[in-house]
Design a protein around this ligand. Structure first.
Ligand SMILES: [Zn+2]
Ligand SMILES: [Zn+2]
Length: 225
């Protein structure tokens, strides 16, 4: 009813992404989504934003794509929220929801934080930490089968469109065992892949606060293919 893509990359921020912010929004609209959360690769990830920039400039350039998308989304009637995807260990990533670009701008130490410090920082600022595609098998991930430290996370991306069914199944079991929220994300890098994953809320989502609150309350079903 109120579908949101929760894991999305665009080519101005993520070196591995193909589509522009506008193309993603058009695709979300065409697939009947109410909104999207931009979760481009951040500093410790596959970003294409110049890491030699002074910190505040880095965040500004990174966030610029989101601001452009938000404006375009307003014109098209699609909600656009700000998130990030950040590495927390070798080959391991967390999705961070609910913090503003400003919050990161004021914390240049964030990128050097330990996994626990990153998680604490997000939670103390009212955000949600979701474990991105646990158990994913890729050449760049040294220990795919090791369970993530559950205490770092509020939720788990149990369904990742690009994970195998087996890996997704393990993620569901991991979330259940640790009583964590379950999410679904397309991890899309090109607009043609939009429409196969995400969260379908049973209540209208008008603000980012609505999005976060209703995830915490479990007022949604998962979109899985
Ligand atoms: Zn990527
Ligand atoms: Zn991703």
């Amino acid at each position: 009813m109120y579908k949101f893509e929760t894991h999305l990359h665009t080519n101005s921020c993520s070196a591995c992404a193909v589509s522009t912010a506008e193309e993603m929004i058009d695709a979300a609209k065409a697939n009947g989504y109410s909104g999207v959360v931009f979760t481009n690769h951040f500093y410790n990830g596959c970003t294409c934003v110049d890491k030699t920039l002074p910190w505040e400039d880095f965040v500004d350039v990174y966030a610029n794509d989101y601001y452009r998308a938000k404006k375009y989304g307003e014109e098209k009637g699609l909600k656009v929220f700000f998130g990030i995807e950040e590495g927390y260990a070798a080959g391991k990533e967390m999705l961070i929801y609910g913090l503003s670009p400003y919050t990161f701008k004021k914390c240049p130490d964030f990128i050097n934080y330990s996994a626990k410090e990153k998680s604490d920082f997000v939670r103390s600022n009212g955000g949600l930490v979701v474990c991105a595609h646990p158990f994913r098998k890729r050449s760049y991930i040294p220990d795919p089968d090791t369970e993530p430290p559950a205490s770092l996370f509020d939720g788990v991306e149990c369904y990742n469109y690009f994970n195998s069914d087996e890996d997704n199944q393990k993620a569901f079991e991991f979330a259940k065992k640790n009583n964590l929220l379950e999410t679904s994300g397309g991890d899309i890098h090109k607009s043609a892949d939009l429409g196969k994953a995400g969260i379908d809320f049973n209540v209208p989502i008008n603000t980012y606060e609505d999005f976060l609150e209703n995830i915490k309350k479990g007022n949604y079903t998962l979109i899985t293919k």
